[in-house]
Design a protein around this ligand. Sequence first.
Ligand code: SF4
Length: 66
Amino acid sequence: MTTIDLDWTRCDAHGLCSRLLPEKITLDEWGFPILDGRELDPELVRPARAAALACPALALRVSRKA
Ligand code: SF4
């Protein structure tokens, strides 16, 4: 399964990720992302990777787990 995960120690609440991947990421009232934690649907893997690459803080990671 493929997921997108967040390193909270890096996130600076830029909010860009929620604009690039609104299907999986919303923002709380302070602008920090809320991830649903579920497996990425196949069509969302590419947009998730794009969001991870675009994160200015390099706080997102797309990973594949057995
Ligand atoms: S783009 Fe990166 S730094 Fe900004 S809110 Fe999302 S995870 Fe955090």
